[in-house]
Write a protein that binds this ligand. Structure first.
Ligand SMILES: Nc1ncnc2c1ncn2[C@@H]1O[C@H](COP(=O)(O)OP(=O)(O)OP(=O)(O)O)[C@@H](O)[C@H]1O
Length: 313
């Protein structure tokens, strides 16, 4: 990189993050098991892995909805691991979340206008009723909803429209960073692309940074710049979307990829699912993130990393 070229700025940094549920008890779950990665300003970072791998816990821990058991979280170069009070409210304005199930995450007894304006009210971002009204109208338009929808309730909308309301609510406070936790998995396939396209468009227009959480790689590959793959609380692989999708290193990533259905029926008939033998995660050997190709890391022993690199040739 030349001196004149700007280095990507790190917006979110996770350093050796750990979170255990029920620590020290027989039912302890290491939901985040020594995870480190950075998210650069302006990028879409996709976090994938099967149900229970710890993706939601990471999202909620970044937003300070959970207290980590260990490690550090930085936002905009500042340590936010132990934020409290006013500083925490400020941070929560900069970092917003969009949820998987808009039906459950929107208060059914509130009108759309008040749902969208909630963040404006809490953070005292508007000075008059008119300003509040205008801002809500602007947000509705931004996410492709009708201006006369303001007096309706969430149940009067389709799933896709409800997710648009969730997006408008998140954008109301003008955040820098959005965690989208499986934002499309509850939607019809025909609507999924529309919502993803809207999110992409808003990202460009508002210079947003996303952590996009999903359990399968197909849509994540389309929206993400880089992808991290999680299993059992550990980050197993990280790289550009192209590297992870087209040149996977870890056997778990290969297995995840082999599970994606192919639209072509003939190819689909011949698709072979690669079984993943998870015993390599519990054999007691020390593993660390090794950079096999520039920017493409895998959790491995030095020997495994060599093997994974050779398998690619
Ligand atoms: N509040 C909680 N108390 C105890 N265990 C929990 C709690 N929340 C999550 N877990 C456990 O932590 C692990 C990680 O869960 P998490 O929801 O983060 O996974 P996920 O990858 O987001 O899965 P999903 O796609 O199903 O949301 C799982 O084993 C889960 O059962």
């Amino acid at each position: 990189m030349s001196e004149t070229q700007a280095r990507p700025k790190k917006l979110v940094e996770l350093n050796d993050l750990q979170l255990s549920f029920n620590p020290g008890k027989s039912n302890e779950v290491k939901a985040i098991d020594h995870v480190s990665f950075d998210i650069y300003e302006g990028e879409v970072f996709g976090l994938v892995g099967e149900s229970g791998s710890g993706k939601t816990t990471i999202g909620r821990t970044i937003l300070k909805l959970y207290e980590p058991t260990g490690g550090e979280i930085k936002f905009n170069h500042e340590d936010v691991t132990n934020l409290k009070g006013k500083a925490l409210s400020e941070f929560r304005k900069d970092a917003q979340m969009i949820f998987q199930d808009p039906q459950a995450s929107l208060n059914g007894r509130m009108k759309v206008r008040d749902i969208i304006a909630e963040g404006l009210d809490i953070n005292h971002l508007v000075k008059s009723k008119k300003e509040r009204h205008d801002k809500v109208q602007e947000l509705l338009k931004l996410v492709g909803l009708n201006e006369d929808h303001v007096t309706r309730y969430p149940h009067e909308f389709s799933g896709g429209q409800r997710q648009r309301i969730g997006i408008a609510r998140a954008l109301a406070v003008d955040p820098k960073f959005i965690i989208a936790d499986e934002p499309i998995s509850a939607l019809d396939v025909s609507i999924q692309a529309q919502v993803v396209n809207l999110m992409k468009e808003l990202q460009h227009r508002h210079s947003l940074t996303y952590l996009f959480i999903a359990h399968d790689l197909s849509m994540v590959k389309y929206i993400s710049d880089r992808i991290g793959v999680m299993h059992w609380g550990k980050l197993l692989e990280i790289g550009t979307a192209d590297a992870v999708y087209n040149h996977p290193l870890h056997p778990y990533t290969k297995s995840l990829l082999s599970a994606i259905p192919v639209p072509d029926p003939e190819v689909e008939m011949q698709r072979q699912h690669i079984e993943y033998d998870a015993s390599i995660e519990t054999d007691g050997q020390a593993r660390e993130m090794i950079e096999v190709n520039p920017g493409h890391f895998v959790l491995a022993t030095p020997q495994e990393a060599k093997q994974y690199a050779n398998d690619q040739k």
